[in-house]
Design a protein around this ligand. Structure first.
Ligand SMILES: [Zn+2]
Length: 191
């Protein structure tokens, strides 16, 4: 312990859970990273409430991919891409709602057939375009086949780079786990 303290803020509607670690010594600048689906923000001492709130907001947006999602056209651009892919590969199936999600822990995407809602993890804004396309195709295909049966994979594999995208996603998930473990080990002496 360094004499600082930890504050937990639960996840909100479209926000991940945040853990604030306030330091009373050593730390001069703020930083943040994702650990187990929550955002851990390390704060220096001596900030006003307003400075702290603005800093937290900025770091959470950066680390979750929310900023990149907006730069890439936000939910509107993602929905337009989903419709394009659906027309090309999935017989024009339509999702009602297509959004980026900043709350996904390990999942890359999700589909709720009852509300025809497709979500893609905002972490993937850093991935190549064909990977996001694959996640969209995968989740859209669940509007036609909810399970992971052979019929489902036949639909998904209409997307030409499906195999390559799955390989990328496996590596991406493994890399994140490794990075999370490394950071946790590094921060032990300080926190
Ligand atoms: Zn699936």
């Amino acid at each position: 312990m360094d004499g600082g303290h930890v504050e937990h803020r639960p996840a909100g509607q479209d926000l991940p859970a945040v853990e604030l670690r306030r330091s009373t010594r050593r730390r001069r600048s703020a930083d943040a990273n994702l650990e187990d689906g929550r955002v851990v923000v390390r704060l220096p001492a001596g900030l006003s409430d307003e400075q702290e709130a603005a800093l937290i907001n900025r770091l959470v947006r950066r680390v979750t991919g929310a900023d990149r999602a907006r730069q890439q056209g936000g939910d509107d651009a993602l929905a337009a891409r989903a419709h394009e892919l659906a027309d090309r590969y999935l017989d024009g199936v339509r999702a009602e709602v297509v959004t980026w999600s900043t709350r996904m822990r390990r999942r890359h995407g999700s589909c709720t057939p009852a509300t025809r809602t497709v979500r893609v993890s905002a972490r993937l804004t850093a991935a190549p375009g064909y990977v996001v396309d694959y996640v969209l195709v995968h989740e859209l295909a669940h509007l036609q086949v909810p399970d992971h049966s052979e019929a489902f994979w036949r639909l998904v594999d209409r997307f030409p780079r499906a195999e390559r995208a799955r390989g990328y996603l496996e590596g991406f998930a493994a890399g994140q786990l490794e990075a999370a473990g490394r950071r946790a080990a590094e921060s032990d002496p300080d926190d």
